[in-house]
Design a protein around this ligand. Structure first.
Ligand code: NAD
Ligand code: ZN
Ligand code: ZN
Length: 361
């Protein structure tokens, strides 16, 4: 039987989100219905609401979530009612050109549920990143459910489903930070702070955090930054160079995703270093760089989609590191909120000291 539950929907571009009743169908073949326990508020949800991703309104927002499998459809193996899972947006297909070449972290055809969740009048919803988890229940492809140790609190586990994984992965997978590297991170929201923690985990020697907000920088220090730079007060490129013997960092991560931060990241990098773009730009943004600098500075300019993660490989491993006290994931949960508080959480993103607001159901 299709179920009626409450969910947070962006009905129109730029309009405040609303909590409305939605219809969640039974799981079809290869699908699962998950009772959501916690879902973090990510900047990407706000990008959706502002029409910055695409214009397929109405969106069912929310995509960094953990919960318990309520039911599975035909043919689902390895997943059953009662399993504690983190939802992912990379259920690899195994068949696309990336998967066939042994690079499933780029999967171009990741699975999502095929039956639509709808408004009460039948209007199909576009679930954010194919998840839509600011809802009491959500329908996903079974491969979007990654089982992890259930002793991790859901509000902590859920964050691995997007921003924290994206940040840690930008450092350890895309940037390939290694022991002894110098690393700089622009933007210390949930994603950038996770990149800081990831760089520390990988054994970086210097981890330089850059933000406009001193509260964010203080938090970044707690998570492993060895130096912090407030870009409102200091030119971050010069500061990073000064902290790295005049050279720039080996790996620079842009977790803001604006032309000005990307340009700073590009020039704050040592010769032959790597710059990683993990912040998501909006369609109107443009970048202008002297092509000769792209050539003569060498190295790599990479984008990081979801931290190049493989959920089945990375989620259980990072949960275990958390449970062993080696990865402070709990520090990313600044506040837990109700389902009606998502719009207020978007507001708080622009100012203040919030890494993640997490909706508890
Ligand atoms: N690539 C991916 O797979 C992926 C996954 C999740 C999120 N994201 C994206 O990552 C970005 C960050 O997400 P978040 O949730 O951490 O956002 P957030 O809003 O919580 O954090 C952004 C941080 O950047 C800082 N900032 C803004 N302008 C700056 C500047 N000029 N210089 C230095 N710092 C600046 C802000 O003060 C804030 O602390 C967003 O664009 C989001 O869409 C990407
Ligand atoms: Zn694939
Ligand atoms: Zn996200």
């Amino acid at each position: 039987m299709p179920q009626q539950v409450r969910g947070v929907v962006a009905l129109k571009q730029g309009a405040p989100v609303e909590v409305v009743d939605i219809v969640v169908p039974d799981p079809g073949p290869g699908e699962a219905v998950v009772r959501v326990q916690a879902c973090g508020v990510c900047h990407t949800d706000l990008h959706y609401r502002e029409g910055g991703i695409n214009d397929e309104f109405p969106f069912l927002l929310g995509h960094e979530a953990a919960g318990v499998v309520e039911s599975v459809g035909e043919g689902v193996t390895g997943l059953a009612e009662g399993d504690f899972v983190i939802l992912n947006w990379r259920a690899v297909c195994g068949e696309c050109r990336a998967c066939r070449r042994g690079r499933p972290q780029y999967c171009f055809d990741a699975h999502n549920a095929t039956r639509p969740m709808t408004l009460l009048d039948g209007t199909p919803l576009s679930p954010a990143l194919g998840i839509g988890a600011f809802a009491e229940k959500t329908l996903v492809a079974a491969g979007q459910c990654t089982k992890v140790d259930p002793s991790v609190p859901p509000e902590v586990a859920g964050l691995l489903g997007c921003g924290v994984m994206a940040g840690i992965g930008a450092a350890i997978n895309t940037g390939q930070v290694g022991r002894g590297d110098s690393v700089a991170v622009f933007g210390c929201g949930g994603v950038g702070s996770a990149a800081v923690a990831g760089a520390k985990l990988a054994g970086a020697r210097e981890v330089i955090a850059v933000d406009l907000d001193d509260a964010k920088l203080a938090k970044a220090r707690e998570l492993g930054a060895t130096h912090v730079v407030n870009a409102r007060e200091t030119d971050p490129v010069e500061a990073i160079r000064a902290l790295t013997g005049g050279n720039g960092a080996d790996v620079v991560i842009d977790a803001v995703g604006r032309p000005e931060t990307f340009e700073q990241a590009f020039y704050a990098r040592d010769l032959a270093g790597t710059v990683v773009l993990v912040g998501v730009p909006t369609p109107e943004m443009r970048l202008e760089l002297p092509l000769v600098d792209v050539f003569s500075r060498g190295g790599a300019v990479k984008s990081s989609w979801y931290g190049d993660c493989l959920p089945t490989r990375d989620f259980p491993m990072l949960v275990d590191l958390y449970l062993q006290g080696r990865l402070p994931l709990g520090e990313f949960v600044t506040e837990t909120i109700g389902v009606g508080d998502v719009e207020a959480a978007f507001e708080k993103m622009h100012h203040g000291d919030i890494l993640r607001s997490v909706v508890l159901f």
